[in-house]
Ligand binder design. Structure first.
Ligand SMILES: [Ca+2]
Length: 191
């Protein structure tokens, strides 16, 4: 009798455990993608506060992967676009146009997801940040069910629209990301 009760309790515990795992997987930010299966890698989420220029925006962090050291939910952070790319300064040719290009995708209050640059500490000595303390990342927005890499978008647009500017000015720096992938014709995360 006692063995039977123990067996029943073990069965209940196993069922409960499986249910808990299933619920956590279904509600995880990694799987909460209503639009498509090819969701980019996510290490943080946030909402846009404002756009500085063609390669930097400010966001409010709403979710951060637990293992990301020194990054706190609820904090306002500047995000420098990763991948070694550079947009013109606002006072230079194409600067305002680049800001407008980013602003089309990064409207205030819009949700974005971030793939933080795991290699940026090699440049600054601080995980995921540059020398100015900004987070370095790739920013994605979801537009009508498509994930768009904002870094790749401004790079591809800029090279066409303002070819005299060196859009790949910082590719000598350490980065997790390969801008050459973003320039391929079959790159998926584009408008
Ligand atoms: Ca990363």
């Amino acid at each position: 009798m006692r063995a039977k009760i123990i067996a029943i309790l073990v069965c209940i515990a196993i069922t409960f455990g499986i249910a808990c795992v299933a619920i956590s997987v279904l509600t995880s930010p990694y799987s909460s993608n209503p639009h498509n299966s090819s969701q980019p890698h996510i290490e943080a989420r946030g909402t846009v506060a404002w756009v500085h220029d063609g390669d930097t925006i400010t966001i409010d962090l709403t979710w951060v992967d637990q293992s990301r050291e020194g990054i706190t939910v609820g904090k306002r952070e500047s995000i420098r676009f990763s991948g070694g790319i550079d947009a013109p300064e606002l006072e230079d040719t194409g600067g305002y146009e680049a800001k407008n290009r980013v602003s089309e995708l990064c409207t205030p209050g819009r949700e974005i997801i971030l793939d933080l640059d795991d290699s940026s500490y090699l440049n600054s000595g601080t995980p995921y940040r540059d020398h100015y303390g900004r987070l370095v990342a790739v920013i994605y927005v979801n537009e009508n069910g498509r994930w768009i890499n904002v870094n790749a978008d401004v790079l591809r647009w800029g090279q066409q629209a303002y070819p005299n500017h060196d859009w790949l000015k910082y590719t000598w720096m350490h980065t997790e990301f390969d801008y050459q992938v973003w320039l391929r014709s079959d790159y998926p995360y584009l408008r």
